[in-house]
Write a protein of this length. Structure first.
Length: 269
């Protein structure tokens, strides 16, 4: 918990503060302001990831304190620091976006999308109790349960990030190669099945099935193994993907030129 809280604070204090300190005004021209808005949109992706991490930290802190964690006081200090710093950061990000939009003569309803939509119960709920002496006998059991909860939370966060990355790959690299909009190097024309293998199948399984199945076990982390056993056969699709990977890498290396690098730059990936 402490490590995750430190990582969130470090990102806010270093990456977040650096961005805000170097982006304090709109451009002198409409074109410059549009470029700044694009930079904002690109930076907001990593800011949203930090928002999700902060929400997870708050949820874990609430769970730990409610169950009488031995270090409840320290946990409350950490979550107070993270909550305060992130809320200040998100508020300033929203103000900066509104400033850019004003310069472009536009308005949007999602300039508060980085703000937290939860409040730490461990800091506001008078019913939340600190560690009770009567819990001593069950300390080891609670430690085991908390560890499982944290692992489950990290597993879900990782799966969501994986699905998001697969979706970005399909919406950028795959789409531009198959849409017919961009000029494609002759050596890879109509060879998307080699370049990407069965990535669409992998995405559809994780997005439509496996992520939803994992979420069913969010409150039952000790039983999440059933999810992997149930869908074990589906992971055979990675065998096909791995078998194709050498051919894909060789084709890209020898025939794609700067095609995929240019896509990466255009999409800010």
């Amino acid at each position: 918990f402490e490590r995750s809280a430190k990582q969130a604070l470090d990102w806010i204090q270093e990456t977040g503060e650096y961005y805000l300190s170097t982006h304090t005004s709109a451009g002198e021209t409409t074109e410059e302001t549009q470029d700044l808005m694009k930079e904002y949109s690109d930076f907001r992706i990593s800011a949203k990831q930090t928002k999700e991490k902060v929400k997870l930290i708050i949820q874990l802190a609430d769970s730990f304190v409610e169950k009488g964690h031995a270090h409840a006081c320290e946990i409350k200090k950490w979550v107070t620091a993270v909550d305060k710093r992130y809320r200040d950061f998100s508020l300033r990000m929203g103000k900066y976006r509104s400033f850019l939009e004003k310069g472009l003569g536009i308005t949007s309803e999602d300039n508060k999308d980085l703000e937290l939509d939860i409040i730490p119960a461990s800091l506001t709920d008078p019913e939340v109790k600190l560690r009770d002496a009567n819990h001593e006998a069950n300390e080891e059991k609670r430690k085991s349960a908390r560890k499982k909860e944290f692992i489950m939370a990290e597993l879900l966060q990782t799966e969501k990030a994986y699905v998001r990355d697969l979706h970005e790959c399909l919406e950028s690299y795959f789409w531009e190669m198959t849409s017919g909009v961009e000029e494609i190097p002759p050596g890879i024309i109509n060879k998307e099945h080699i370049v990407f293998g069965n990535i669409q199948e992998i995405y559809e399984f994780h997005n439509n099935t496996f992520l939803k199945e994992l979420e069913k076990y969010e409150q039952l982390p000790e039983d999440v193994g059933h999810c992997f056993v149930t869908w074990a056969d589906k992971f055979q699709m990675y065998v096909s993907y791995c078998k194709n990977k050498p051919d894909s890498s060789q084709l890209i290396l020898e025939h794609s030129g700067a095609f995929f690098d240019e896509i990466q730059q255009r999409h800010g990936l």
